[in-house]
Structure formats: structure tokens, C-alpha cells
Write a protein that binds this ligand. Structure first.
Ligand code: SF4
Length: 297
């Protein structure tokens, strides 16, 4: 698995456990409020850690660590994910997977095989607003519904979570999110944090940069990024043997969400107030027993 980041110890990422967190790169969504813009848009430009080294560290620390969180980016796009999960399990570690829920077939397979202990799935918005929240107009919410169903019936611990962003969400739509998640075990509402690596802000920056560099464009670049938004030098940075078959960029074309639009969300994005977040929690809470706020001041 391609590991682009490693947090050696966390008390926050895996509820109730001391864990380490590994970060994969690339994603098939383009959520404008994504906090890991670089990891999503230009994983090839991020440092790559050796899987062996990470596993060796986990082995050395397994008397302290109880689990491993695998996050991203979107980990289910990495063809080495299963092998890495199995290697962690061999070390006696619990495995938590963070996912955007767009690959229910893989999630279902992992659940059936019993190789996950906890799944945290992002629920980006109400069904009507999913395309906007993910930067992917024409979004297929059927896959999200299927992943929700799989987790609700999968027999392992799970949580759903939404980062609430003014400019993307409305307070009222949390009633619809509640309906979508009806009967779920746990739902968390997270506050949006502004930051330098927010994807929507990077898109805007990259657009300005690339139009200024129009005359310097590298010859021969092609593929799924819009030409004017492509990061110079991005092509060819994968080793051939590591390249996912058919990929022009950092993930398979067939896995890119149809209509992915990197220009979405360049409007103003802000955090909601605590009062508004509590209203959202109350609306969603009509359909679930446990709805909590996370990171809300
Ligand atoms: S699903 Fe959205 S928030 Fe998560 S890594 Fe992908 S772009 Fe970022």
C-alpha cells in the first residue's frame, strides 16, 4: 500500500484505543472542504513511506498500540489495502478503516471476510446535496446507501460522520441525513476548520497559478484533470509496476466519480455556530439514538 503519512500514536482516531494512523493518497471525490487537499490532488508529490518501515514500527510498538487507523485520501482505492490490513492483523492489531463509502463492493467483501474491526464512513450531505458536497455533479447516491446498509448489518462497530460547512450545507438538510442513516448506531457532526490545505482553496490557487503559467505547460499531459488545472510534472511520477492499470492520474478512471468537478465550492466556506450544529443534531437525532457533536467550540 502506498503510505503518504504516518502518525505513530493517536488517542483520538480510534475510539477507545491507542492507535497509529496511516494515510493513503488520492481520492475519487473532490469535496471542497477536504482538509487534505495536497494528498487528494497531488499524491505523487507527497513523501512516500516504506510499508516495511511502517510495519516494522507497528511491530515494535505492538505492546503499546492496540490498533491501526487507515485513512486518506480514500484508502479503498489502493490495491494494496487488503494486504496491509492482513499484515496489521497478523501483528495482533485492531484495524479501523476510514472511507467515503463509494466502494460498497469492497467494503462488503471486507466485512464478509471479517478483516475490519471498525469503520468510520463519511456521509457528505443529504442525498440531494451529495453532488455539491463531493464536487461530483450527478453523484450516484446508490453506492452510499449500499455502504450504509452494509455497515448497519455488518456486525462490527461503525460510525457515520458529517463535516458541516456553511456554504455547502443547510441546517434543514440534516433531517434528510437523519432519514438516510435511520437506526444507525452512532452519528457524529464535525465542525469545519479552515486551513491552508483545504481542497476548495487549493483549487482556486491552482487555477490562478496555472493560468499564469499557461505558456509553460508541459507537452503531452492528458487525462482526467482539466488541462488548465493539471499540476505540471504530475504525469509519469508513478513507477510503472505501481501504476494502477488504466490510471492516467492517481487512481483508476473507472473509479473516479462521474462528473467530478474540481471547481466546485470556491465560494465562502465557514463553520456553523454551536447553536446551529445543535439544531442539526436535533434534526438527525429524530432518526437515531446517538448523535454527537465533535470538535465544536
Ligand atoms: S472524500 Fe472528500 S474529504 Fe475525504 S479525502 Fe476525499 S476529497 Fe477529501
Amino acid at each position: 500500500m502506498k503510505i503518504h503519512g504516518f502518525q505513530k500514536t493517536t488517542l483520538l482516531d480510534y475510539p477507545g484505543h491507542v492507535a497509529a494512523t496511516v494515510f493513503t493518497g488520492g481520492c475519487n471525490f473532490r469535496c471542497p472542504f477536504c482538509q487534505n487537499g495536497s494528498l487528494v490532488l497531488e499524491p505523487e508529490g507527497q513523501p512516500l513511506l516504506s510499508e516495511e518501515e511502517v510495519l516494522a514500527h507497528l511491530k515494535k510498538r505492538r505492546n503499546v498500540l492496540e490498533g491501526v487507523c487507515i485513512t486518506g485520501g480514500e484508502p479503498t482505492l489502493d490495491p494494496g489495502l487488503k494486504r496491509f490490513i492482513l499484515q496489521c492483523r497478523e501483528l495482533g492489531l485492531l484495524v479501523k478503516l476510514d472511507t467515503n463509502g463509494y466502494r460498497p463492493e469492497l467494503l462488503g467483501q471486507f466485512l464478509q471476510e471479517g478483516i475490519l474491526d471498525y469503520v468510520a464512513m463519511d456521509v457528505k450531505a443529504s442525498p440531494e446535496n451529495y453532488g455539491r458536497a463531493t464536487g461530483c455533479p450527478g453523484f450516484d447516491v446508490g453506492k452510499i446507501r449500499e455502504s450504509i446498509r452494509l455497515l448497519q448489518t455488518g456486525g462490527i462497530s461503525y460510525e457515520f460522520r458529517t463535516t458541516a460547512v456553511r456554504g455547502i450545507h443547510s441546517v434543514e438538510e440534516f433531517e434528510e441525513i437523519g432519514k438516510l442513516l435511520q437506526g444507525s448506531a452512532a452519528y457524529y457532526l464535525q465542525a469545519y476548520r479552515d486551513g491552508g490545505d483545504v481542497l476548495g482553496m487549493r483549487n482556486r490557487f491552482l487555477k490562478e497559478e496555472s493560468s499564469a503559467r499557461e505558456t509553460e505547460r508541459m507537452p503531452g499531459v492528458k487525462g482526467s484533470f482539466q488541462e488548465e488545472e493539471r499540476i505540471p510534472g504530475a504525469e509519469g511520477s508513478f513507477q510503472e509496476e505501481e501504476r494502477i492499470p488504466g490510471a492516467e492520474g492517481s487512481f483508476q478512471e473507472t473509479e473516479r466519480t462521474p462528473g467530478a468537478d474540481r471547481s466546485a465550492g470556491n465560494g465562502i466556506m465557514e463553520a456553523f455556530s454551536r447553536k446551529e450544529m445543535e439544531e442539526m443534531a436535533a434534526l438527525a437525532g429524530k432518526y437515531m439514538d446517538k448523535v454527537e457533536l465533535r470538535g465544536v467550540e
